[in-house]
Ligand binder design. Structure first.
Ligand code: FAD
Length: 237
């Protein structure tokens, strides 16, 4: 993993428009780590104005990418005492978020409009099953943290390329995920994965990532007889 360091502050609050200055909050980027695949980033943040002690559900941080352009990312691995967290961001596409990611260095300032609940939270007495793509690594990590260290979580994730499977296993070892590649047969593999889940547990299925994938996965689970109340779905992009 490459560690990107630098003393220069890329964006200053004085660079913001008059209107954005009214509502935008600041965080400091403590570290930027780029996966060896060169397309996925981890940002460690210090959020002095945030109140992570109140995060009882997964959150979204509306992050300023450029003038009046905000992207939602998911704070994960937060620490209440230090007000720090990590964002896991896919930079493999041509969106403005990807371009912005490549400009970041440790010491840069990050601006955000708000941090809000996504209303997904673990349900006591149930086992969380995470299903989605790699943009949901932060979301699933947040749910894992909320479920607690003793929680027995499991999951199924589609990644862009074969090397990402290794990267997820290496860099996100706290997530117990079965990973498959984009070119593999998603629904056949998902069916096999679900068939292996021990039948005695009560499961809640958390779906997140590409909106079409999330929608089709929900339909698939419903066809298998899983009731709506056991499925929590959040389309991301
Ligand atoms: C609640 C919430 C939490 C989220 N958390 C995360 C997170 O933790 N990590 C993360 O990486 N993303 C996360 N996302 C998704 C992220 O906000 C979107 O990917 C966003 O579109 C990126 O903005 P952009 O400006 O780069 O691209 P946009 O300008 O929005 O999109 C440009 C083009 O790229 C496509 N695109 C967008 N994202 C991807 C992608 N990942 N792969 C391929 N094509 C893409 C779009 O469909 C569009 O065609 C989250 C979204 C939501 C709603």
């Amino acid at each position: 993993m490459r560690l990107l360091c630098g003393m220069e502050t890329m964006t200053r609050k004085k660079d913001l428009s008059f209107i954005e200055n009214i509502f935008v909050k600041s965080a400091t980027i403590l570290a930027v780590r780029c996966w060896e695949t060169d397309d996925f980033y981890e940002l460690d943040l210090h959020l002095p104005q945030a109140k992570p002690e109140g995060w009882t559900t997964a959150q979204r941080i509306a992050t300023r990418i450029s003038n009046f352009h905000y992207c939602d990312y998911t704070p994960a691995k937060w620490d209440v005492e230090t007000k720090t967290c990590t964002l896991f961001i896919d930079g493999s596409h041509t969106g403005r978020g990807s371009q912005w990611l490549r400009t970041l260095e440790a010491g840069s300032e990050l601006h955000y409009a708000s941090i809000d609940s996504v209303r997904h939270a673990p349900v006591p007495g149930t086992v969380p099953v995470f299903i989605g793509d790699h943009t949901a690594i932060g979301h699933f990590s947040a749910l894992q943290q909320l479920a607690g260290k003793q929680a027995n979580t499991t999951g199924f994730m589609m990644v862009n390329k074969a090397a990402h499977k290794e990267m997820v296993a290496e860099n996100c070892s706290w997530l117990n995920l079965h990973t498959i590649c984009r070119h593999e047969d998603y629904f056949t593999q998902l069916d096999n994965y679900l068939a292996e889940l021990p039948p005695e547990n009560s499961y809640i299925f958390y779906l997140a990532g590409n909106s079409k994938l999330v929608g089709n996965t929900r339909k698939f689970l419903r066809q298998l007889g899983i009731d709506n109340a056991s499925i929590k779905a959040q389309g991301f992009w």
